[in-house]
Design a protein around this ligand. Sequence first.
Ligand SMILES: O=c1ccn([C@@H]2O[C@H](COP(=O)(O)OP(=O)(O)O)[C@@H](O)[C@H]2O)c(=O)[nH]1
Ligand SMILES: O=C(O)[C@@H](COP(=O)(O)O)O[C@H]1O[C@H](CO)[C@@H](O)[C@H](O)[C@H]1O
Length: 308
Amino acid sequence: MDAAARDWFASRTWQSVEWTVADLVAAKGSRTVSVVLPALNEEATVGDVIASIRPLVGTLVDELVVIDSGSTDRTVEVALAAGARVVLRTDVLTELEPLPGKGEVLWRSLAATSGDLLAFVDSDLVDPDPAFVPTLLGPLLLQPEVQLVKGFYRRPLSTEDASVGSGGGRVTELMARPLLSALRPELSGIIQPLSGEYAGTRELLEAVPFASGYGVEIGLLLDAHRLVGLPGIAQVNLGVRRHRNQPLAALGLMARQILSTALGRCGLLPGDTPGELTQFVQVAGEWLPDTAGVHVTDRPPMRELLVR
Ligand SMILES: O=c1ccn([C@@H]2O[C@H](COP(=O)(O)OP(=O)(O)O)[C@@H](O)[C@H]2O)c(=O)[nH]1
Ligand SMILES: O=C(O)[C@@H](COP(=O)(O)O)O[C@H]1O[C@H](CO)[C@@H](O)[C@H](O)[C@H]1O
């Protein structure tokens, strides 16, 4: 392991946490916390994810927001019934036509919320752990230098025994981790670089661009490293994380978006370069090409748009 990564791993990894919610509320002082759940057609799971966080609202958490990504199912209704505030991507920055993608709604969530600190939690989690948010917020509230906290966990695939499985994080293991080891070995100590559960300061999150698609996590990690260095980044053990696993072909498209963003952030590919991915499907015994466009736009740092 890269020497800097090894030193960072030793000093900024919490394998277990000693703080309580009460400790964090005391440390929070006048700072405010927004929890944001990006959601695209998550009617089956968003209610439970909200329920796992809602007891913190009013103490550790000041606002719990589902940012909807154009759902066509009952995500909005379920989220409202579960007690979250729901913001449609067209409700905010209305002058900008929404782009498709997870990063787009996370970027828009900065304009829809006011917390000094933000925590992002995916809406497709299965058996979400109420400790996720307090564990993520700990280093931000207790370590002044830290501006980005990534969660890590054992990730069973939905087809595996949840008590021992670890087959999840397929894009992480097969693409993101090898890519970071090649291009940014200092970040090779990050256990889950793509984890969808992470927290950051508004100061950092409004200072960096957001990749509009699935490249948002790798882009934020690379930009955080560029702006605040390893001392500004921490990682916390969240235990076990299960979610709805997409099929391999969908993860191929996700990986292609992540690759575009990472190569752009590392100066190896001009940003916003349109691309495509050709995959193959078998139809009546024949293998046929299936080509999809991959054009992931970066949204600019929010602070360039918002006059506070
Ligand atoms: O265009 C999108 C794609 C995804 N998501 C949300 O982002 C989270 C992670 O997306 P997904 O589950 O598709 O990725 P995976 O976890 O499979 O890597 C989930 O809450 C999705 O509902 C979103 O809001 N907009
Ligand atoms: O980590 C991964 O490899 C992918 C796919 O996970 P699985 O193989 O379905 O467990 O999931 C993550 O990647 C996305 C892109 O960064 C994030 O947006 C998701 O939140 C995260 O679950």
